[in-house]
Design a binder for this molecule. Structure first.
Ligand code: NAD
Ligand code: MLT
Length: 525
């Protein structure tokens, strides 16, 4: 039975959703790293929130693991590179908690503007300090949104409801999208200089770590306030502390910290700072939504191979799967064919999509073709790690699309460059999803593939076919299919024979010894 480990505290709906799919889910939140490392090898799936650190060392121990599911957005607690290298899919739930996180941002902004946490503390302590907690209005203030993706965009929309002017810095945001959100796209320096309140909504990456540092803070307006409900590390805490102490920054509302759990953070000493313990996604609605979604996604992947919301593999939406499924098989099989016949080190591969195939999402298809190509040569290759492995081995991958295909409505071809040769295989799908090889090394043919095949190149001479069939018959090997192609009568020719059982070495040697045979290889699919 397929088994998954739920290693963080996530809603019970996840375990139920796994059970409904016949997947056994062990719920063991809070395991110490060593205990987790001990346990992990028993599982094909690992579901986490943000507490569990999915490190390269942990993944090394996880020999059966196929998928890591993050019930939430940020995957910075997962070593995605190490997972990719091991062929493990990492998926998240990018939209399940976005509204909740955006609402928390607005709540933090309002709380900071009106000093609600400080006033709450004072009032409940019996001090009735009406004069002490003077606030500011948000209306007509400028809100600078750094990163206007899923959450940033919702924050921008909600803030406009509060009649704030919203400007954004996001180098990847299309101007049309900014316009449709009613926000002004500016540079980071402009945002820093113009904003009364700045909220960050970018992922934590090498590029964004320390984005708001001392230099950036120096460019802001005196009295600026900051909100961080994205990730600790985006704002340099030591620099923020200095800016608060100098009185330049009037307040900071922080849900996330450089080090979590944040128990002893120096910023907590400042009354201008309000803090929540990474609660951005903590509503019943969001937690049920991400737990259910991650269990559904992981379950579908483990049971059917369908990939949704993967951060390290091309996603295939359920509605696309029906169309892409047969093409994935085609891509993988012609890749495998090309990989088995290619001689020497592979230096480059060109994957061509012709006719109907040219309209498809090429990323999963190329990944499947590379998987097929590399699998005969390397262990543990799958669609997730094949593009990375190809890159690491210096294999140059090119894609070509052509809206037309010469003889068929749809064709995919894989041309492999190894040594000083290019060897190519092309295939098509016929009615009902059947797969046909339609070209090998530039010679047209029409052949089915089976588990055991013999591929040979030969001189087009009388008598060869009969003698090949005789040798196989004498060895008790039943022929299932027999397909031939030639460049011209009497010229170069190829043959592909489907057989019901593998060909022993000694039979292969007898076949190779036929005078007209140039090369002969045993292939398996
Ligand atoms: P998203 O990927 O939808 O949006 C991120 C945006 O940042 C994108 O538009 C991208 O173009 C932009 N961006 C990337 N690099 C940038 C850069 N250098 N400068 C400016 N913009 C840049 O992500 P999202 O779902 O909106 O999540 C945003 C953040 O919120 C993430 O860090 C996520 O981990 C965090 N998050 C936190 C909580 C919480 O509990 N506090 C909950 C959910 C998400
Ligand atoms: C996220 O990235 O989704 C947040 O960190 C929310 C969480 O899971 O706590």
């Amino acid at each position: 039975m397929t088994k998954v480990l739920i290693a963080d505290k996530i809603s019970d709906v996840a375990a139920q959703a796994f059970a409904e799919r016949g997947i056994e889910a062990d719920v063991r939140p809070g395991l110490a790293p060593e205990a987790l490392a001990e346990a992990i090898d028993g599982y094909e799936g690992l579901a986490v929130r943000s507490a569990t650190r999915v490190t390269a060392d942990l993944l090394e121990r996880a020999t059966r693991l196929r998928v890591v599911g993050r019930a939430g957005t940020g995957v910075d607690n997962v070593d995605v590179h190490a997972a990719t290298a091991r062929g493990i899919v990492v998926m998240n739930t990018p939209h399940g908690n976005s509204v909740t996180a955006a609402e928390h941002t607005i709540a933090m902004m309002c709380a900071m503007a009106r000093r609600i946490p400080q006033a709450d503390r004072s009032t409940r302590a019996g001090a009735w300090e009406r004069g002490r907690f003077m606030g500011i209005e948000l209306r007509d203030k400028t809100l600078g949104v750094v990163g206007c993706g899923t959450i940033g965009a919702i924050v921008a929309t909600l803030a406009q409801g509060l009649k704030m002017r919203v400007i954004t810095y996001d180098p990847y945001l299309a101007p049309d999208r900014a316009a449709s959100l009613g926000v002004t796209l500016v540079t980071l320096d402009e945002l820093l200089a113009e904003s009364d309140m700045i909220t960050v909504h970018v992922p934590l990456t090498e590029e964004t770590r320390g984005l708001i540092d001392g230099d950036a803070l120096a460019k802001t307006k005196p009295g600026v306030r900051f909100v961080n409900c994205a990730r600790g590390g985006l704002i340099v805490e030591a620099d923020l502390k200095s800016a608060i102490e100098s009185g330049h920054v009037a307040g900071a509302a922080l849900d996330v910290f450089e080090e979590e759990p944040a128990r002893d953070n120096p910023l907590f000493a400042h009354d201008e700072v309000i803090a929540t313990p990474h609660l951005g996604a903590s509503t019943l609605e969001a937690q049920e939504s991400v737990a259910l979604q991650i269990a559904q996604q992981m379950g579908e992947f483990l049971l059917t191979g369908m990939v949704v919301n993967a951060v390290n593999a091309p996603s295939i939406a359920p509605e696309e799967m029906a169309k892409l499924g047969p093409y994935l098989t085609l891509a993988e099989q012609i890749g495998s064919f090309a990989g088995q016949i290619a001689e020497g080190r592979i230096r480059g591969v060109t994957i061509t999509f012709e006719g109907q195939a040219s309209a498809l999402d090429s990323r999963p298809l190329s990944a499947a073709a590379l998987q097929g190509l590399l699998a005969p040569r390397l262990d543990n290759i799958n669609m997730v790690n094949a593009p990375l492995v190809a890159r690491e081995r210096g294999i140059e991958v090119r894609e070509i699309r052509s809206a037309t295909a010469a003889d068929y409505q749809t064709v995919m071809r894989v041309d492999v460059q190894s040594g000083d040769r290019v060897q190519g295989v092309a295939g098509t799908l016929i009615g009902g999803g059947g797969l046909r090889i339609v070209e090998i090394e530039g010679i047209k043919i029409e052949a089915e593939l089976g588990p055991h095949m013999i591929y040979f190149t030969n001189e087009d001479r009388p008598g060869l076919i009969g003698s090949v069939a005789t040798i196989l018959g004498e060895a008790g090997i039943n022929i299932a299919t027999f397909s031939l192609g030639r460049r011209a009568p009497g010229g170069d020719a190829v043959g592909l024979i489907g057989i019901d059982s593998p060909v022993p070495d000694e039979v292969a040697a007898r076949l190779r010894a036929r005078a007209a045979v140039i090369t002969l290889q045993r292939l398996s699919f």
